[in-house]
Design a protein around this ligand. Sequence first.
Ligand code: GAP
Length: 457
Amino acid sequence: MLRSMPTDAVTMDKIVSLCKRRGFVFPSSEIYGGLGSSYDYGHYGVLLKNNVKNQWWKAMLQERDDVVALDSAIIQHPRTWEASGHLAGFTDPLVDCRTCKLRFRADKLEDAQCGRKPSKHPGETPDCDLTEARDFNLMFETTVGPVKEEGSTVYLRPETAQGIFLNFKNYMQFARKKPPFGIAQIGKSFRNEITTGNFIFRTREFEQMEMEFFVPPDEAQSWHQHWLAERISWWTSLGLRPDHLRLRPHTADELSHYSSATSDVEYLFPIGWSELEGIANRGNFDLTQHATFSGQKLEYVDTATGERYVPHVIEPAAGVDRALLAFLVDAYDEDEIEGEQRTVLRLHPILAPVKVAVLPLVRKDGQPELATEVYRELRDHVQAEYDEGGAIGRRYRRQDEIGTPWAVTIDHQSLQDRTVTLRDRDSLAQVRVPIGELVDVIRGRLGELWRSPKLDG
Ligand code: GAP
């Protein structure tokens, strides 16, 4: 959703360019000319993504005792999608232009450009010849088995959530869980989106972090409020600036078919305020539908009292790729050091792909040997990187651009007294630390509360 534009230095083009330059994200299949809206995550992208997912798991599993984990199949029984409503209703209305042969979302014509005259919207020029709108299902279809025959059609899941509902019965029996409790899952989802774009914001293949929280029906509203607060606090605890985050309740005509109330966590991206995570009250829609379609009882029964009910579901559903984009955008900064322009990712240290870089000042006099020793010690504890090539200033700049919060420099003095300098990415302060204390110092800093320096500048 486009509402107001942010004012800081960051633009989507700068993020795309930094991601490619530094090996976070590459356009997919580039040697074949690329495949629209498909991206590959490079080394630092993988590390950053893993850190985001680990923080989500930590908040869901380690810091609570009412959520358990699941990793369900991507291809599920096709009846799943009949029951969930996706087969009938997960559609976008499309129109084709017979003149320019382009296809547009009928409900988003005002955001699209005419194929012949980009200053106009489709349908606005005398040459435009649009078809009637037709519904187009967003699920990717494929077949199981070698022959395409009746009953062999299956779908790539468009959300991870349904795998959780299909396993509800297993968790009632084997995890001995009683509502309120949740099942969390991270995994790939697929949607044949018509309008993609804005880098990794909307793609056809993406990762979701979803949790279905099953509650007694009369507690649904208060648990919805609980999860709205929890999720906002998770995003801000990882450094997103509070003034770039907001909760936006859906209007009645925006609500999905399953939802009685949804609020989006929105972030102020360079494209304007846009959805980062949806937090929905799904009521008992999914369990009731799957019970009807499968003929199985999907309910909670209290063996002591005989009480039985179909739990209601509160669902925080976030996108990993969109999270990555928000963290990158929020962290991106430019400043000047001694007259030289610097690009720096001011990522929360816990998210930074590399925590510490180890750099010998020069590539001689025993410095690389001591630096390698320090690097080997550090990498047992945190993600570390060793770099001895090129001028020290350029090596700092490189680490700044990938968001490494600390750099350890081994110099002439290090060989004499086994101390090193520890440089801070944000304050640029350098302190001398004995090699023997480095691990504890870095661990201590990683455990400290962190606040984006962009809030102060
Ligand atoms: N189970 C509910 C559900 O899937 P959603 O709002 O459609 O709800 C949840 O998706 C989150 O998944 C979104 O907030 C967004 O972060 C991410 N997401 C959805 N479609 C996406 C796409 N095409 N590309 C990247 N991320 C997407």
